[in-house]
Design a protein around this ligand. Structure first.
Ligand SMILES: Cc1cc2nc3c(=O)[nH]c(=O)nc-3n(C[C@H](O)[C@H](O)[C@H](O)COP(=O)(O)O)c2cc1C
Length: 183
């Protein structure tokens, strides 16, 4: 079994990116050889980082679990909204706590979500750089979702079948890297 974590990076009230994360998680749970975890940043309201976790005497609530869940993964999918041409501060803050190289040699698939027409390309670029800084291996394939408001109804039901196809294609590519980079 391959342990895969989907990190859902939006904590906004009324967030749409979490629908995307849930869809990706659903695709992963349907794979026979995958043990998937949905790691929802909204469940981890960390304070603004003043020290990295390896320099803290007492960790914020949930920090050890958050870090362990990511550390134990053999592949990580990060789903992030684009805010002001970049990634959300809450997601960057959480990642800043983590120990150096925590993602060492772990494939990372990046999914970005925007309500505009450009699919979160700035955010994609930032997350790839941050993934590298954490020792991870961002894969070339990506999913950049534009006009997310047209993609789901209010209950999170997918309105466009092409989204499911694109998501499955990304996950198939991603699992190729996971199989080759993990034992
Ligand atoms: C503070 C803030 C900044 C945003 N900046 C951008 C942006 O630069 N480009 C863009 O396409 N959408 C932007 N959006 C819209 C988000 O893409 C939109 O909220 C989308 O639904 C994905 O994020 P969500 O998970 O918060 O719903 C912004 C939204 C917020 C709340």
């Amino acid at each position: 079994m391959k342990k895969i974590v989907v990190l859902s990076g939006s904590i906004r009230e009324g967030r749409k990116s979490h629908f995307v994360a849930q869809e990706i998680y659903g695709i992963l749970t349907s794979q026979a050889h995958v043990e998937a975890t949905l790691l929802d940043l909204k469940s981890y309201p960390f304070p603004i980082m003043e020290k990295r976790m390896n320099q803290m005497d007492e960790l914020p609530d949930g920090m050890q679990l958050f870090s362990d869940t990511l550390f134990q993964a053999q592949g990580i999918v990060i789903v992030s909204p684009e805010y002001k041409n970049g990634m959300p501060g809450a997601l960057k803050n959480a990642l800043d706590y983590l120990n150096p190289q925590i993602f060492k040699r772990i494939p990372l698939a990046i999914v970005t979500v925007s309500s505009g027409g450009f699919g979160g390309l700035f955010c994609l670029s930032q997350l790839r750089g941050i993934g590298l800084a954490l020792g991870g291996v961002p894969i070339p394939e990506k999913l950049c979702i534009s006009k997310v408001n047209e993609l789901f109804d209010d209950n999170g039901e997918v309105l466009q079948e092409s989204f499911k196809t694109k998501s499955s294609d990304l996950i198939n590519s991603f699992l190729w890297y996971v199989d080759r980079l993990s034992s």
